[in-house]
Ligand binder design. Structure first.
Ligand SMILES: COc1ccc([C@@H]2N[C@@H](C)[C@@H](O)[C@H]2O)cc1
Length: 449
């Protein structure tokens, strides 16, 4: 064990009510909105082939041009109540919203810089009405904040000289002041989603990241902060030098999903996912493949089946409107959740042997299991193999309990669930299983034969 002053201060998961609520979410929404949304990944008729919110780094876009874009930010149609209604219909339980991305443009009227929404033709605070609308819709709000800030003269990628350290100390104070503003102006905020913390300057600031997290949690008790904020004494991120997670949940699953439960290392986690292949801010032209609604629903099932949440990203245009593909995804996922959300909300890793037809989830605190089915075998029969001593006593198709599915017990507590001939819904479906501990140990059968 390596002695650390600024490593993880807790082993294992948080057990308080705020974190227990976080575990029940299942499905979240990310929204990336900012100056980059005005360009949509395009400049002078040419498309940037990277993520649209990174267009400032493209050598074809002069920094001075990009850094003045905010003077055109004027989303008169911006309607956070409509955004919240779309999110509610989709079935999301939490929102993560970009207060400041790497470019440094603040969507709240910060007093720490002039590069804010107050300096735009729109003038008004974007975040307050958004927090109010989502909170009113029963959706918890988390705020995304990029530590790296390309606009700030004191930002440093590394600390090589004394001057670097003096400048970066000013930058740390600026960062703390901005975060204090956010938690003071928007007290409903349930947590902070940090980004832009991979550079050496931050890795060398382990002590500061530790004191900052403690300061923020004292300011807002119960605040939920993932593993991207901290660095330990030796510059390790996410896990400290002893392999312990520094943060309330693992925040490394960006555009990727764990393959097995072992990959999760017993941590809470969420996966943030783009609908197109890559790109978080509005992109006029989506390159390559973008996920169909069924693919997004499968990612949701995968995440919840391994004890995490899926957070689907939306990138509204500069005027505050969403793309048709995003509205379709929200509608389709919402329609599916209307019937099947019992397999997603308040659910956790089931620990049953995975089968080819799809994913299991388990209702927290109950002996209720869910089969989220994506692949019906040619036989039309779904194999269920609970752990020894457990048997399935009832199987019900969610949303269409009349559809008679039959349950055939097979050896060692397993079952086949026979679907009606030619059964197909063209989209994933859920079977709810009631289970109970088998009487005896089941060895009696062996003794008899
Ligand atoms: C490969 O390096 C990066 C760095 C930052 C990101 C940012 N994190 C996502 C949540 C978006 O904000 C993206 O811009 C993505 C990839």
């Amino acid at each position: 064990k390596i002695e650390l002053q600024h490593g993880a201060h807790r082993t294992g998961k948080r057990t308080d009510a705020d974190m227990q609520t976080w575990r029940t979410y299942g499905l979240g929404q990310f929204i990336h909105w900012g100056a980059y949304s005005l360009l949509g990944g395009k400049y002078n008729g040419e498309y940037y082939n990277g993520a649209a919110e990174w267009i400032r780094v493209w050598n074809k876009v002069p920094n001075a041009v990009y850094d003045n874009l905010y003077k055109q930010f004027n989303p008169q149609q911006y309607n956070p109540t409509q955004w919240a209604a779309m999110a509610k219909q989709m079935g999301v339980k939490y929102l993560t919203f970009t207060t400041k991305h790497h470019d440094g443009f603040c969507l709240w009227p910060s007093k720490t810089t002039s590069y804010t929404i107050a300096g735009t033709p729109y003038k008004k605070d974007i975040i307050k009405p958004l927090v109010e609308a989502y909170t009113k819709a029963g959706i918890d709000v988390y705020l995304y904040f990029s530590v790296m800030d390309w606009s700030h003269p004191d930002w440093r990628y590394d600390l090589k000289t004394r001057e670097d350290t003096i400048a970066f100390d000013r930058f740390k104070k600026f960062t703390k002041d901005q975060l204090t503003e956010l938690l003071t102006l928007y007290p409903e905020t349930k947590g902070l989603w940090f980004d832009g913390t991979w550079d050496n300057s931050w890795k060398k600031s382990g002590a500061f990241t530790d004191s900052l997290e403690q300061y923020l949690k004292a300011l807002r008790p119960g605040l939920i902060i993932g593993s991207r904020l901290r660095a330990d004494d030796l510059g390790n991120r996410h896990n400290d030098a002893n392999g312990l997670l520094m943060g309330d949940y693992e925040q490394g699953w960006e555009r990727k999903i764990p393959k097995t439960y072992a990959d999760v290392h017993g941590n809470d986690w969420d996966c943030v996912m783009t609908i197109p292949e890559n790109g978080w801010g509005y992109q006029e032209k989506w390159l390559g493949h973008w996920k169909t609604s069924n693919e997004l629903i499968e990612m949701l099932a995968q995440c919840v089946s391994l004890g995490g949440n899926l957070v689907v990203n939306f990138g509204p245009k500069g005027d505050g409107s969403f793309r048709p593909e995003e509205m379709t995804a929200a509608k389709d996922i919402g329609a599916w959740m209307k019937i099947n959300s019992n397999a997603i909300y308040n659910c956790e890793y089931a620990g049953w042997e995975k089968q080819d037809w799809g994913y299991y989830t388990k209702r927290t605190g109950e002996n209720k299991y869910y089969m989220i089915v994506f692949n019906v075998p040619v036989s039309g029969s779904l194999k269920v193999q609970p752990p020894r001593n457990w048997t399935v006593t009832k199987a019900t198709l969610l949303g269409d309990a009349t559809k008679n599915i039959s349950l055939e017990k097979i050896d060692y507590g397993g079952s086949f669930i026979h679907l009606p001939k030619g059964f197909s819904t063209g989209k994933p479906f859920v079977i709810e299983l009631e289970t109970q501990k088998a009487t005896g140990t089941g060895n009696e059968q062996k003794a008899k034969t």
